[in-house]
Design a protein around this ligand. Sequence first.
Ligand SMILES: [Zn+2]
Length: 298
Amino acid sequence: MRALPLFLTCLSVALLQAGEPPYLYPQTDAFKQDLAAARLKGLSLTDYHIHIRGGMTLEKAGLRQEHSGIRSAVLENFGREWPLCDTPTLKAFIDLHSQPLPNGQRLPVGIQVNDRDWFKQIDQAQFQRLDYVLADTMIMGVTGEGKPRRLWLPEVTIADPEAWMQEYLAHNLRILDEPISILANPTYLPPCIAHLYDQLWTEARMRQIIAKAVAKGVALEIQAGSDFPKPDFLRLAKGMGAKFSFGTNNFDDKTKDLARWFQAIALLDLQPADLAAPKLATLPPAPTLDLPSAGPHN
Ligand SMILES: [Zn+2]
């Protein structure tokens, strides 16, 4: 007696799965309710962290936006060891992804920056064509081979977490001084010391990050699937007047569970004024050559 309804349920799930490509959000009741609750608060959600990689494309990002009502913005990594490693690759990326979608809309186009001198290396004209720049703090120092140290890799070990944290805080503050629009994955910690989060991210340290982000107009990202930042940081940031942006940080074209976005919206009771509209910052002027002065020096 129970076999038939079970069969029908399986069939409808299979049909639903067959009909819904992986780059579109499954229209579950929970997803629809969360989105409706956000809309009721007047929140217009944008995913500013959609990488064009692993099969993700501008077209799929456009269809995802159309299907879900969550706006899509696309970006890719810019830096010496990354897909956009020079002006021609950067230009080609912007050219391709600035194209209007079939409905005539254009998605915001950004870059994620990975080298700490990126703003001195980037071509000014290409920079001006971008809508935003996103940075995280997840590369710091150098490996034994002299390569930038990617803190998320399992082989990363930290002998003295407290000493490292002081260096890492300074690294975070330097990044916030770069002409960026969004700080992604704020308060990230490498896996080997993630369990020390409460000890290492003291309120005083969190306040320094938030104050600088507020002063520089840098949005703090709430990223789907990331453990960072923790609720204490989010609450403190909201209280200090920070603006937030949302991101998924994909590696393929599949959607991610957005529960973390909706949890943060509820936790902070986010209002439209709390959401950032990330803008392109201003590049520092190119250094001018010091010409010797005409007169004698005294
Ligand atoms: Zn990313």
